[in-house]
Design a binder for this molecule. Structure first.
Ligand code: FES
Length: 106
């Protein structure tokens, strides 16, 4: 499945995703410099992405524990998610997200 990730410089990376993988690991394994400091334990918020408006209905919005972490970010929006909490499935083929500055190791 294809995943499209916009980087802070507005360039777009097209990644190959696998069902059951997390979005964070998919981004990391593709060599995109995502901080993801806690490795997916939902303890850091440095894997922050904003989901494209057309896709937020399919990924769902952040739950309360996730929102508590995201609220600390200067870049938080209604469509913010922790990419380690998005598990890929076939219905997310074509997913578009933007990697936020606080998640970018650049
Ligand atoms: S990698 Fe730390 S919260 Fe997602």
């Amino acid at each position: 499945m294809k995943i499209f990730v916009t980087l802070p410089d507005e360039s777009v990376r097209e990644l190959e995703g696998r069902p059951a993988a997390t979005l964070m690991m998919t981004i990391r394994n593709a060599g995109v410099p995502i901080r993801a400091e806690c490795g997916g334990a939902m303890a850091c918020a440095t894997c922050h992405v904003v989901v494209d408006d057309d896709w937020i209905g399919k990924t769902g919005r952040a739950g309360s524990e996730e929102s508590d972490l995201l609220d600390m970010s200067d870049y938080c929006t209604d469509a913010s998610r922790l990419s380690c909490q998005i598990r890929l499935h076939d219905g997310l083929d074509g997913l578009k997200v933007t990697l936020q500055l606080d998640a970018f190791e650049g």
